[in-house]
Design a protein. Structure first.
Length: 366
């Protein structure tokens, strides 16, 4: 009777399958699975990392770029709503500007228009916005020389009130900041606004200039001076929390939506963020990164994925696998799937058989 119960139990378990919390590796990336799912599978190693790192970004990655630092002007450029004084020296006897006994004419406190121009007698409208002081003076000089060959021009500029940038959010003191220095950068603005808010764990910068929007992690701007862009009047800056995340599934210690805590997260970092692997269930040779690329990124050669639906396999039981995992970047909306170990399933089966054996023995005694 005892052996009959055991045999029946084993047959039932074999036909129904054992309960599991995740897939076994071959169920996801086996040959049959690849054909049915239409996926491409790549082993992450030192040999493959170099080519994968140059692939186009996944379709879920942000298309927001960053602007170049820029070169500051040697002199402060004249801007709309600045105020200008122009003095013209004229030594001609029959001058258009001066009267008898007079050799200078002063045109003071003229406001540069929104279009960047000023109006001068006998010359008309002159565009000077965007020019440094010396270039603007030379332009006015040439205009007057066309009607008064002996004219000499002096030009003085007083900064207006429109040279500002706006700190929108994510800083201690949001609001407008006057920009009166051609070397005024993004980090200068953040410092002037009291620094980033302590409530934002992984701050991301957003710079709006005209119709363009630029994005960059604050961490990378602090680490590379080339990203500390020069600001222009009218720029708008916001500091926001990083909205990127990846998914953790399977035999991980934690199945969850995991936010990015730093600007860059490697596969090895991801293992730490999910609390490692479940000792009794996980297959350390079968860490799968599921990623979807844009169809436009698909390539027939190694310059891109061969399929938009790609799976990257990481083996954490080898030194090469561990080092490669530390250099393999996780992207926004990647899925980190820790597959189940087949040994764990066998262990579970044996445990159930032992329990059933004990139950059968008790039944025989009765």
């Amino acid at each position: 009777m005892r052996f009959v119960i055991i045999a029946i139990s084993v047959l039932v378990l074999a036909s129904c399958g054992l309960p599991r919390g995740g897939a076994i590796q071959n169920e996801v990336i086996g040959k049959e699975a690849q054909k049915k799912s239409d996926i491409a599978v790549y082993r992450v190693s030192r040999e493959t990392l170099s080519s994968i790192s140059h692939w186009p970004k996944p379709s879920t990655s942000s298309s927001c770029s960053w602007l170049k630092r820029g070169t500051p002007a040697a002199e402060k450029p004249i801007r709309p709503f600045d105020r200008v004084d122009v003095v013209v020296w004229d030594s001609e006897e029959n001058s258009l500007l001066t009267s008898a006994g007079q050799n200078t004419v002063r045109m003071q406190d003229m406001q540069v228009s929104a279009a960047g121009t000023i109006f001068l007698p006998f010359v008309g409208t002159v565009h000077i916005a965007g020019l440094p002081h010396s270039a603007a003076r030379s332009r006015v000089q040439r205009k007057y020389e066309e009607v008064i060959p002996s004219a000499q021009v002096q030009l003085n500029v007083k900064q207006g009130t429109r040279g500002t940038i706006s700190m929108i959010s994510g800083v201690t003191r949001p609001g407008p900041i006057v920009v009166d220095d051609p070397n005024f950068t993004l980090l200068n603005a953040i410092s002037a606004a009291g620094g980033p808010s302590a409530q934002i764990p992984n701050p991301q910068l957003k710079l709006i200039r005209g119709s363009n929007t630029y994005c960059r992690p604050l961490e990378s701007v602090l680490g590379n001076p080339q990203y500390d862009a020069l600001l222009l009047p009218g720029d708008k800056v916001a500091i926001e929390n990083d909205d990127r995340y990846f998914r953790s599934l399977g035999a991980a210690s934690r199945e969850a939506i995991v936010p990015f805590e730093t600007a860059e997260v490697s596969a090895l970092d991801a293992m730490s963020l999910i609390g490692g692997l479940t000792d009794t269930r996980a297959n350390p040779k079968g860490i799968l990164i599921l990623r979807e690329y844009s169809p436009k990124a698909v390539r027939a050669d190694s310059s891109g994925p061969s399929n938009a639906r790609s799976v990257f396999v990481i083996d954490l039981t080898t030194a090469d696998g561990l080092f490669s995992a530390g250099k393999f970047p996780i992207h926004h909306q990647d899925t980190v799937l820790v597959t189940e170990s087949s040994v764990a399933s066998a262990t579970l089966l044996l445990g159930l058989i032992r329990q059933l054996t004990g139950a059968a023995f008790d039944a025989s005694r009765l």
